[in-house]
Design a binder for this molecule. Sequence first.
Ligand SMILES: C[S@@+](CC[C@H](N)C(=O)[O-])C[C@H]1O[C@@H](n2cnc3c(N)ncnc32)[C@H](O)[C@@H]1O
Length: 251
Amino acid sequence: MQPLTAYCMRGHRQVEGWLQRGSLSILWSLLEAQRLHALAGDVAEIGVFHGKLFIALALSLTNEERAVAVDLFEMKRAPDFEQEFRSNLEQFSVPMDRVDIRRCASEMIALSAAPEIFGSNVRLFSVDGSHEYAAVIHDLNLARACISQVGIIALDDLFSAWSPGVSEAAIDFLRHPDNRDIVPLAISAAHGPLITGASKLFMVHASQVDFYASELMRMNRQSFKTRASFCGVKTLVFDFTNGVRKRIEFR
Ligand SMILES: C[S@@+](CC[C@H](N)C(=O)[O-])C[C@H]1O[C@@H](n2cnc3c(N)ncnc32)[C@H](O)[C@@H]1O
C-alpha cells in the first residue's frame, strides 16, 4: 500500500489535530488526481499544528517536489509543539530533506516574499493558521500568489460558528475583482463536533474546475450531496452522514 493511502486510511488517527475524515478524504482524492495525471508541484500549509494534514501533503511528494510548513508552534494551551510536529513527520517517514519548516507568524511573510518562501508552483496550499479575518485574507493572498495553474487552495473552518471571520474572508476573497479567476470547487461538510474541525473549502483556477470536479465525483460519488451556488459558482458539496467512502486508486 502506498504511504499516502496507509496514512489516510489509518495513520492519521495517531496524530492530534483538527481534520475530520471527510475533509481528509476529499483532500486525498485531489492529491490522487494530481498523481494520476502527473501534475507536479510543491505543497504548503500555514497552520500545521502536529502535522495531521501536513503529513498527507508531504507523503504526496514525488521527485524534486518540496513541502513548506509555516506555524507559530505556540498556542495558549500548548507552549511549544514544534518537536511533536517533527517527531510525527519522522514517524510517518516523511522525507525531511524536502521539508522546509518556518517558525513565524504568517502575517510576517510579505506578499512579495511569498514565491521565495513557498515557490511559485504550488499544487496544493492549505490555509489553516490564524482564524482572524485579516490574517485569513492575508494567507489566502499568499496562497494565490504561489499556486500553479493547476494549484488548489484548501481553507479550513468554513461556516464554523467558532470562527466566523474565516467565512467572511473566504467570501470577500472570492468576490474580490483581482481574484475573479479563483473559484470554489468543493465544500466538505462537517461531520462531528467543532472541536474535531469543520467544513473545508477547496478553490481552484476557473479553468481547472471541470477536471477536478470530475475526479472528485469519480472517487467520492457515494458522499456527493448537491451542487450549491456559493459566491455565484455551482460548488460540489460532499456530505459524510452515511460514512466516509472514497474509491481507492490502485494505479
Ligand atoms: C487549527 S490549527 C491547525 C490544524 C492543522 N492544520 C491540522 O492538520 O491539525 C491552527 C494552527 O495555526 C497556527 N497559527 C495560529 N496563528 C498563526 C499565525 N498567525 N501564523 C502561523 N501560524 C499560526 C497555530 O499555532 C496552530 O498550530
